[in-house]
Design a protein around this ligand. Structure first.
Ligand SMILES: [Mg+2]
Length: 236
């Protein structure tokens, strides 16, 4: 394993390639709970379904979108209606009615600036590609720091499926080294993609719940990621 690690490091150095980090978006880099919530509620109401409470909605954050919409309007309906609600929700987020509710998490911008010097940064999220770009912009995160964006509409299956992570690796021509996320679905996807996983506590999942999925590391926030990576890479 150590030999493999050295080989990979040497190869990356030879081709002057940076290692790849895949970040989840919601509650890992930005807080966009309200933008998602209000747009979902507008979308479900438009199709004649009842709104749910904000607290109930927060429990759904991080799940694949197909599941989120089923949890809101109920299971067992025509597949087309789920797709329609999800499409309208994504459209409403992009239209930016609730844009000013999205904020970058504390210390994230500085951390991304630091990390971008040494790593290539990808955002792999269960939001659509355009939604990711909109939310990053609303949060005031410099999208030039993000080299690769993979949304749920860029792949066939979203997290916990590893497709988003694999796609980012494919675009980067190098296997991702780390996956960072606040939800159990991020950890499961990382494990399936055989990438090191780092859980952050900035979302709605407790340390205890995250720990059950056995991430390689747990840190409070992406703010502490540069420090953790320095430590990991000096050890290896
Ligand atoms: Mg998340």
């Amino acid at each position: 394993m150590a030999l493999y690690g050295k080989l990979k490091r040497d190869t990356l150095r030879y081709f002057n390639m940076k290692k790849l980090i895949c970040f989840d978006l919601d509650n890992t880099l930005v807080n966009s709970d309200k933008a998602h919530f209000y747009s979902y509620m507008d979308a479900v109401e438009k199709y004649g379904f009842k709104r749910i409470s904000y607290w109930k909605f927060l429990r759904l954050m991080g799940m694949p979108k197909e599941q989120v919409v089923r949890e809101i309007i109920g299971y067992g309906k025509d597949k087309k209606i789920y797709d329609k609600v999800n499409d309208l929700q994504a459209e409403l987020v992009i239209k930016n009615k609730y844009g000013n509710t999205t904020k970058a998490l504390f210390g994230i911008k500085m951390a991304l600036r630091k990390l971008s010097k040494k790593y290539r940064l990808a955002v792999t999220s269960n939001c659509s590609h355009k939604t990711i770009l909109t939310l990053l912009k609303n949060a005031g995160i410099d999208t030039k720091l993000i080299n690769i964006v993979v949304g749920n509409d860029d792949v066939r299956l979203s997290k916990p499926n590893p497709a988003e992570i694999r796609k980012a690796s494919k675009i980067a021509h190098v296997k991702a080294d780390y996956v960072i996320g606040d939800s159990i679905y991020d950890i499961i996807a990382a494990k399936r993609a055989k990438v090191k996983s780092i859980a952050v506590l900035t979302g709605h999942f407790s340390r205890k719940v995250l720990k059950q999925k056995k991430p390689d590391y747990i840190i409070k926030s992406v703010r502490y990621l540069p420090r953790l990576l320095r430590k990991i890479e000096n050890e290896s």
